[in-house]
Ligand binder design. Structure first.
Ligand code: SF4
Length: 433
């Protein structure tokens, strides 16, 4: 794979007027340090319009020698530092990272695959997680106590994960338990052995919320196993509180035959989340009002256009997309599902994909026998994934060479313990078939 094929290169050419591509923000051509000064917002890209929590971590300015280095120099510095560090460091790269980062990663995968990969390297004293904050937290929960997990840019959060903070979820839980404990068995099990409600958090959430699930009989899910996890929950509870992604929750529940009227949406800061008691009593899945701004960009109109332009096109979207988009697509599945679907196609195929553009573009480069394109014609990467620029990777690696750990992500031991309970429940959950 060549660097010139990267999304970042296309953005640079577009902003200089040297290509036909369009981007959602010309600021994408700048280094992320331009957005890390002072109080950050999410920066340019797909979550730029989302509201960032005031307590989000801020990335201090990195030295000028990194900010001012050329792409080639940064590439060489990363290679040299990695060589010096040898097995003492493992670099993890999420599917949505830019190619200039992915080419240095020892592992490429989704958030959970990467956290598991980290556990296979007990010899690595440092795990450099090129992804976003909640992913680094999960790696810290699952890794050994003597390993340091490093996030190259502390401002690489996740706007979806930030939409469910612990206080709001605790407040929601207090209201739900007050309502459901009025029943004959209180919050205890009914005659079928089911409690009134179980919390389920998507992997894309803070470690504190995973711990909340661990403490309250709940569980974690990924986009690969959401159905299995919901089945697990319904064996134990009459209903589920699902956060933070309403779309993954709704799309999964719908695929299990649950009616939309049994999926009320919970709006934080409103009494009963803006619902009636009756609606919550009849609920099967209570959906948190969160979403991914990357996957919200995909529309039914884009799918219709792809079908007109490319008759026979195979449309695959991520289940974080809105329901109407998922219903209009041919298939939906996790990033790993999409990757495997493309890999398994034996005949030349046209794929229109609804997920983050870096991953789609990489698939297109890896599988030239197919025509693969992103449903969204505008180049608009995930704002927070985009913040992991090679300058930050070079900086954290050279600091390690100098014997210093910077940007360490540490989850407090009690949170770790309870988060691990919820993660282990997920690992133990088996499909019903
Ligand atoms: S793609 Fe969406 S869910 Fe993933 S890190 Fe970006 S904002 Fe968060």
């Amino acid at each position: 794979m060549t660097v010139t094929a990267s999304v970042n290169t296309r953005i640079q050419l577009s902003v200089k007027g040297q290509s036909q591509d369009t981007t959602c923000s010309t600021s994408l051509a700048s280094g992320p340090w331009e957005f890390d000064k002072g109080m950050p917002d999410y920066g340019p890209g797909a979550s730029v319009a989302d509201v960032i929590p005031t307590n989000s971590p801020i990335q201090a300015q990195i030295p000028a020698k990194y900010r001012e280095a050329s792409d080639e120099e940064l590439h060489e510095r990363i290679i040299a530092a990695k060589k010096t560090l040898g097995d003492s460091v493992v670099i993890l790269g999420h599917f949505y990272q830019r190619d200039e980062i992915v080419q240095h990663a020892d592992y490429l995968g989704d958030s959970y695959q990467l956290a598991v990969a980290a556990t296979k390297h007990a010899e690595a004293k440092a795990i450099v997680f090129c992804g976003v904050h909640f992913m680094a937290e999960t790696a810290d929960v699952l890794s050994n106590a003597d390993q340091s997990v490093i996030l190259p840019n502390l401002a690489a959060g996740c706007s979806m994960a930030d939409m469910a903070d612990t206080d709001s979820v605790e407040e929601c839980w207090a209201q739900l338990t007050e309502l459901y404990s009025r029943g004959p068995n209180g919050m205890g099990p009914n005659a079928e052995g089911k409690v009134p409600v179980i919390p389920v958090t998507y992997m894309n959430s803070s470690a504190a919320l995973k711990a909340f699930c661990g403490r309250n009989g709940g569980i974690v899910c990924t986009s690969s196993n959401a159905k299995t996890v919901l089945e697990w929950a319904f064996e134990r509870a009459e209903r589920v509180l699902f956060f933070p992604d309403q779309h993954l929750g709704r799309n999964t529940a719908l695929s299990m035959g649950i009616a939309l009227e049994n999926m009320p949406l919970w709006h934080g800061r409103k009494s009963l989340g803006g619902n009636t008691e009756t609606a919550l009593e009849q609920a099967k899945v209570i959906l948190w009002n969160g979403f991914c701004s990357v996957h919200k960009r995909f529309t039914v109109g884009q799918i219709e256009k792809a079908r007109v332009d490319f008759p026979g096109v195979r449309v695959i979207v991520h289940p974080e997309c809105p329901m109407d988009v998922v219903l209009a697509a041919d298939e939906n599945g996790s990033t790993d599902y999409i990757r495997r679907a493309v890999d398994a196609a034996t005949e030349p195929t046209t794929f229109a994909i609804g997920t983050e553009v870096n991953m789609v573009q990489r698939l297109a480069a890896q599988y030239p026998q197919h025509k693969i394109f992103c449903l969204d014609p505008v180049i608009c990467p995930c704002s927070t994934m985009y913040r992991i620029h090679p300058a930050y990777l070079a900086w954290v690696l050279e600091e390690l060479v100098a014997g210093r750990v910077v940007n360490q992500i540490s989850v407090n031991p009690e949170v770790q313990l309870n988060a691990k309970v919820a993660l282990e429940r997920m690992l133990a959950a088996k499909p019903s078939v």
